[in-house]
Design a binder for this molecule. Sequence first.
Ligand code: PEP
Ligand code: MG
Length: 540
Amino acid sequence: MGELTLRGVGAAPGVVAGRAVVLGTYVSGETVALERRPAEMERAREALDAEISALEDIVERLRAMGRAGDAEIVETGILMAKDPVLLDRIEQHIMSGQSAPTAISRAADAIAHVLDGLEDATLAERAADIRSLGRRAAARAVGASLGSGGVLIATDLGPADVADLGLAATGAALADGGVTAHAAIVARSLGIPMVVGLGPEVLELKSGEVVVLDADEGVVVRRPTRSRIEAANQDRERRQQARETARARRNEPALTTDGHRVTVLVNAATMAEAVEGFELGAEGIGLLRTELPFLDAQAWPSVETQVEFLRPILARLANRPATVRLFDFGADKTPPFLRGTAKRGIDLLLESPDVLRAQLAAIVEAAGDAELRILVPMVVHSDQLRAIRKVLDEVPGVGQRRPQLGAMIETREAAMSAAAIADVSDFFSIGTNDLTQAALGLDRERSRTAPATDPRVLRLIDVTVRAAHAAGLTVDVCGEAGSDPTVLPVLVGLGVDELSVAAARVGEVRQWVRELDYATCRNAARQLLDEAAHARGERV
Ligand code: PEP
Ligand code: MG
C-alpha cells in the first residue's frame, strides 16, 4: 500500500516525521484476562516510570538552561506521577480487568475530578496537570512516547495542552481547530509544526504508526516513503541551523539596508517562550499574555498566584521593555469560572474592579527593574483607558517608577477613535489577529485564513499609526501579521516601530528586517493604500 495523504490547513510551519500519539483514545472496552492482569499492572508501572524519567530529563535540561521556575513546574508532574494514590487507583482498575492505558486514564481523570470540585483555586488548577499526566502515561502504555518525538493527533487542543506538551511533542495534527485559534498561536510560539482542520479521518490513525506531518503543505501523510521521511528530517535540521544562526546574531540590532531600526520583541505566555525569544535576539517582551496560564482556573487568580507567575519572567528584563497585558479572557480563552460570559478583555475587568486592582497590584509588585508597560486588551473607547489609569494611580508603590499604559488596537471602534485613545495612552499595540477578523467579519476560532494585507485592514492600521505618531507614541504590532513575511514589509512601510512576534519567529523576523529597504517599503505601503482608495472611488 502506498502513501495516504490527509489534507488540512497548515497552522504552524515546519515538516516532521514521527510516531503518532492519538490523544483521547486510550479508554477501551477491552477486558484483560485474569492471568494477564499482573503483567498489565507491570505495563502501567513501566509507563509511569518512563514518564517520570522523561520528566526528570526535562527538569535537568531546564535547570541547565537556567530555567528554575519551569523546572519546578515540571517537578510537580513528577510528584503527581509518584503519588501512591494514583498507583492504587490504577491497580484497582486493572484488577477489575481494565487495560493499562484505560486504567491510567480513568485513575487520572478520577483524581482530576476530585480536584476540580475543590474550593481552593490553586489545587483545582492541578486538575488539568493530572489529566495531562494521565494522557502522557497512557500514551506510553500503548507504546507511543511523546518524548521520542511524537506527533500529537487530537480532535482539538486547548492552548494549555499545546504549551504543556511543547517540551516533548514534535508536531500536532487536529481534526478541528482554526489557524488563528490560541492553540495554533502557542504552537507557532514554540516552533511546533501544526496542521488543523484534517477532519475525523485523522482520528483513525493508530498510536505508534509513523507519519509525516507537513504543515507547510497542510497535510499528514500515512505510510510515508523513506524519501519523504528523510526530507522531513532534513527540514527539521534546516530549522535547527536557522536557529543557531539567529542565536549567533542575537546582539546585532535589526536595521534595514538603509539604516532604519525596527525593534523586535517577543510574545510570551510562559517562561519557555520568553527565554527562547531572548536567545534569538528579542529586545524585550512586547506581549505577555497573562490569561493563558490561567485557562483552567476555577476563580480569578489571587495576587500571590499572579506574582508567582510574573516575577521570574520579569526578573529577566532589567531595564528592558516588559509589556504585560491585562487578562484577556473570553471567547476561546474562557476559563471554567467565566463560562457563559459574552464579554471579553477589558470589559470583563472593568465589571470587577477588585480583580482589576488585584491584577495591577500584582504586575507592579512583580515588575522589579523591568521597564514596565501595561497593555489593555479589546479597547473600544478612550474612557476605558481613563478608568484604568485612575485605578493604576492608586496602586501602592506605583509612583516610584510609573509604568506606561497602552491600548491594544484590535477592534474597529478603537482604530476609528485612535486619536482620542492616543490622548490617554503612552503607547499603542496593534492586535492584528483580532483586528483582521473584525475588519473582515471572520470567525477567529474557525477561520482558515487571516489576510492582514486586505485593504480594509491596512487602512485601519494606517489610521492607527498616524494617530499614534501625531501624539508622539510608539506603535507596536503584536499580532501574527508581524511575523508574516508578506505583511511585515507593509507594516514597516506604514511606520510601525516595533514588532512583537512568537518566540520561534524572532530570529527570522530580525533577519527579514535586515533584508528590507525602508524607502521601498514606504512606497509600497503607500501604493497599496492609494490603490485601495482608488478602488473605492476616493480621491487620494
Ligand atoms: C491580537 O489580537 O492580535 C493579539 C495579539 O491578541 P490575542 O491573539 O491574544 O487575542
Ligand atoms: Mg487579541
